[in-house]
Design a protein around this ligand. Structure first.
Ligand code: AMP
Length: 583
């Protein structure tokens, strides 16, 4: 019988409804009723967990019995411990080959899950846990696998490579977990995942976690899971740690200036900020501009090597970097407590990406702020984002000079009062400085106020403290006409009958595919094939213009590289699409 947990109240401990014969488990307090060993209970205690989260309460009994399980839950619900604790507890160490495989969509998540497994396995130091992912040294992974590993956490591509090479033997696997399955689908890994599933022993426990349940994931679960228990946790993580969400309507050309203004009033050195941009090139431009304004900035995009990426995240964690400019894929799973503000510089690819982005703040029980930049056309997507997060996204004004100046004065005051209260670490230096001030006031005949002013001026530096530039442009003129936009896009294609075709919408890119009227292709053929192959939902596919030998298809911006590669080889009406971006 399936077990369904529905959690709709904002308090995760209430409103948990179970069906079937499991009702008594709700009354369990703490972690003591699940059959965990004393060693594991000690580890849990050391982690500071006192109560299992709802998903854990529901998953532990099922997984401890060895059942398959499908869980619909998001990051932040405690889902990693929900599968890791019972799996570790049931792990029988014999032979040298891996017993547990966890597949995760990104290296960040793989590393994070592997770290959690290591934490939870503290009572069993003999257990070996290894993260394998692309971009990291292959040989050291092979070496570790050869020496013997019990739990492998990896991204599908790299795991597949190791299985193919024979360096990862799957014959002793007893448990498999697909973590963030919908994300693997979205990133185009689903074929790799299926290939891996085909290589596993028939008799194994399988667990699938996904934030959403698109039909492809349901199909996968039907095909590979054996009478799984089903758990649905409807709670969104931000309900327990509220993230205040706002949006600013702007013209695309003003984005950088507005970003600087927002940072001035919304951020200070005590918090970390992530700015999300759609492409690598944009991340670099933003970082350059912010760096020249004096911020400590780092970039995280697909071009950043793994070792560098780990160093960057560490610097962000420790406060050496305050602003991270990132693309979606590069920032997946990032868990840094001091992130207090997320700025969506470019609107995300879809609602799931938005939920993930804003979830980078409000970590570990803190509250967080999220600000979304939209142009006039993108404004219409806000409703669906609000529906996805179940919270309103409020309109925010572009900070004007008065707001910026107030914020600068507040920061100066805070810095001065901190300096006055804490003083200097080195007493002898303080005495020398006092002597120096005494000498100065005598030489220049200055009173204490004159001296203090000189010191504050020195601290402020030569640039003016207050912003006084023109701010007329902040008064939001009406959206630019479509004609201007189309000229700017540089897309002025014409059909053979010489009527121009409209440019793609702002959130879309236009692609050329090598199939046309001569192949008797209809829009439905293209929509069906692209939707099937990429998981892009049919309604997300934009305008289609068919010409004799080729066609144009508008697809949402920010297509993952892997999806693009798959589309290139896709055949429609017996022709390879050979898809190419038109600009
Ligand atoms: P996850 O949803 O797996 O990403 O977990 C989110 C956060 O919750 C992680 O920082 C975990 O360490 C923490 N966590 C997991 N289970 C519990 C629990 N029962 N009590 C308190 N914190 C927990």
């Amino acid at each position: 019988m399936d077990l369904e947990i529905k959690e709709e109240s904002s308090d995760p401990k209430e409103d948990v409804e179970t069906t079937g014969s499991k009702k008594e488990e709700n009354t369990l307090k703490g972690f003591s009723g699940f059959g965990f060993s004393t060693a594991l209970l000690k580890t849990i205690e050391k982690k500071g967990y006192t109560e299992p989260s709802p998903i854990q309460k529901a998953a532990f009994p099922e997984l401890m019995l060895g059942r398959d399980l499908v869980g619909q839950a998001q990051t932040g619900t405690g889902k990693t411990a929900a599968f890791a604790l019972p799996i570790l507890e049931r792990l029988e160490k014999n032979g040298n080959n891996p017993k547990v495989l966890v597949l995760a969509p990104t290296r960040e998540l793989a590393m994070q899950v592997a770290d959690s497994f290591k934490d939870y396995a503290a009572g069993h130091p003999d257990l070996k846990i290894l993260a394998v992912y692309g971009g990291a040294d292959f040989r050291s992974q092979i070496y570790a696998l050869k020496k013997g590993v019990d739990v492998v956490v990896g991204t599908p591509g790299r795991v597949m490579d190791h299985i193919r090479q024979g360096t990862f033997r799957t014959n002793e696997l007893t448990s498999l977990v697909l973590d963030e399955a919908d994300e693997m689908l979205r990133m185009g890994f689903i074929d790799d995942v299926e290939w891996i599933l085909e290589q596993l022993p028939e008799n194994r426990q399988m667990v699938l976690f996904s934030a959403t349940m698109p039909s492809e994931i349901r199909k996968l679960s039907k095909k590979y899971l054996n009478d799984p228990a089903e758990i649905i946790i409807k709670k969104r993580p931000q309900e327990s740690h509220p993230i205040n969400q706002r949006f600013i309507t702007l013209q695309s050309g003003h984005k950088l200036e507005i970003l600087k203004r927002v940072l001035e009033v919304e951020a200070d050195e005590s918090i970390g900020v992530i700015v999300f941009a759609r492409t690598k090139v944009i991340t670099l431009t933003i970082a350059e501009v912010l760096e020249s304004s004096g911020y400590n900035v780092a970039v995280l995009n697909g071009d950043v090597a793994q070792t560098q990426r780990e160093r960057t995240v560490e610097r962000l964690r420790k406060g050496g970097v305050n602003i991270l400019v990132a693309t979606d894929v590069a920032a997946r799973g990032l868990d840094v407590e001091r992130i207090g503000l997320v700025i969506n510089y470019d609107i995300p690819f879809d609602t799931e990406a938005y939920v993930h982005r804003i979830g980078r703040t409000g970590r570990a029980g803190r509250s967080g702020e999220a600000i979304l930049f939209v142009n006039h056309r993108e404004k219409r997507f806000i409703r669906s984002l609000e529906r996805a997060v179940g919270q309103p996204i409020e309109q925010m004004e572009i900070p004007n000079n008065a707001a910026i100046n107030q914020s600068r004065l507040d920061r100066l005051q805070a810095k001065l009062s901190k300096a006055a209260v804490t003083g200097r670490d080195h007493e002898e230096e303080t005495d020398l400085i006092k002597d120096l001030l005494q000498k100065l006031s005598e030489e220049l005949n200055l009173d204490p106020e004159g001296l203090a002013l000189a010191a504050v001026n020195l601290a402020i530096g030569p640039s003016p403290l207050l912003a006084q530039g023109d701010e007329n442009w902040l008064r939001q003129p009406s959206p630019r006409s479509r004609r201007t936009d189309s000229r700017e896009n540089g897309q002025n294609y014409r059909r053979r009958n010489d009527r121009p075709i409209s440019p793609p919408e702002e959130n879309m890119d236009r692609f050329r595919v090598e199939v046309g009227h001569r192949d008797r292709v209809k829009p439905g053929n293209l929509v069906g094939a692209i939707a099937n192959e990429t998981g892009i939902q049919g309604r997300m596919i934009g305008r289609i213009h068919i010409f004799d030998c080729y066609s144009f298809v508008d697809l949402p911006k920010g297509m993952p590289e892997k999806t693009f590669r798959d589309l290139k080889k896709l055949r429609v009406m017996n022709r390879e699409l050979q898809i190419q971006k038109t600009s």
